[in-house]
Design a protein around this ligand. Structure first.
Ligand code: UDP
Ligand code: MG
Length: 319
């Protein structure tokens, strides 16, 4: 069996502090597996610049001029991690047999790549990189991230526990992925939906070597919220439960008002008018807010905006 043509896709956002190191490590590893005959000679490494404001693109251009095996793709602005990955993948879909996506900070262990390629050779169409040890993450990052996976699974989103965006995909899987037209693309949820034979490789998550995380707490929460509302209608069902609960309480209050009225204890007063009024208008507002969230999503999708726009590419002609 001929070795597969592999494309490594690395999304980069303000990664000037680490890009040279990443390239050096990646290149050594890449050449080693090429020599071992694990991947084809015309495999490539693709850096996607996701609208960085630092020197990331200059570094990518320099790497491209030094090394013909490096491809550079620059997006016209910051489109976000998931879109940057998709840009690198979709642009080169027809030229490679399999694709591995990995973060620029190399927190995901490169050595897992060999395992991924071997599993692909054995017929796996998707290979998920799963973090078996997160001790290098802070307690906060670890517990919020792991809590997130559990929450997602409980809400019926088919995410793989402790798997982020370090994965191998066969070209066939990528073609199918192209049919998911949503703009709020949450790859961790969509890829398992595609199906096909899949495997896992386990690795220890390392520390970020330089630079800082591009996922501060606000972005992390937004990402989680996006993942949940793109896949699960559970929050809406919660509104239904809450509405039912409200209805029961309302019945109790109605009974109380009727009782007071019939036995002439008191004229229905200020409290019994104001209390339900404020309470129910409040809960109505909450329900409307949640419905609005979903309508907002529909709006986004209906507009059919492009997921990314490529400004320029480097070393593309050699493919
Ligand atoms: N990233 C990106 N666009 C963004 C944010 C992040 O392309 O808007 C890239 C970033 O350069 C890195 C990867 O996504 O390669 C993961 O980001 P990071 O390592 O900061 O996340 P963490 O590991 O802290 O969750
Ligand atoms: Mg990272």
């Amino acid at each position: 069996m001929n070795p597969a043509r592999l494309l490594l896709v690395i999304p980069c956002y303000n990664e000037e502090a680490i890009l040279y190191t990443t390239y050096a490590k990646l290149n050594t590893y890449y050449n080693a597996i090429k020599q071992q005959g694990l991947i084809a000679g015309d495999s490539r490494i693709c850096f996607v610049n996701d609208g960085s404001r630092d020197k990331t693109w200059n570094i990518i251009e320099e790497l491209c001029s030094r090394d013909p095996d490096v491809i550079g793709v620059a997006l016209s602005r910051n489109f976000g991690h998931q879109s940057a990955i998709m840009a690198g993948l979709e642009q080169h879909m027809d030229h490679f047999d399999c694709f591995i996506t990995i973060d620029a900070d190399l927190q995901d262990d490169l050595n897992a790549i060999t395992g991924m390629i071997e599993k692909h050779r054995e017929g796996a169409m998707v290979v998920y990189g799963v973090r078996s040890d997160r001790s290098s993450d802070t307690w906060f990052k670890r517990s919020t991230a792991e809590g997130f996976y559990v929450l997602m699974q409980k809400m019926g989103v088919p995410v793989i526990f402790n798997h982020a965006d370090f994965r191998l995909m066969d070209r066939r899987v990528l073609q199918e992925l192209g049919n998911f037209k949503e703009i709020n693309l949450f790859l961790r949820g969509v890829v398992p939906l595609i199906g096909f034979r899949n495997e896992k490789v386990f690795y220890n998550r390392l520390e970020r070597q330089a630079g800082e995380t591009k996922y501060p707490i606000s972005k992390m929460l937004l990402f989680a919220w996006n993942g949940i509302t793109s896949f699960s209608t559970f929050p809406m069902r919660l509104v239904l439960y809450f509405g039912f609960f409200n209805f029961l309480i309302a019945m109790g209050i109605v009974a109380y008002i009727l009782f007071s009225f019939l036995f002439g204890y008191t004229v229905p007063g200020w409290t019994s008018t104001m209390l339900p009024l404020t309470f129910f208008s409040g809960s109505n507002m909450m329900a409307l807010g949640l419905i609005g969230e979903y309508i907002g999503k529909i709006y986004e999708e209906v507009k059919g905006r492009p997921r990314y726009i490529i400004e320029k590419t480097v070393n593309e002609q050699i493919l």
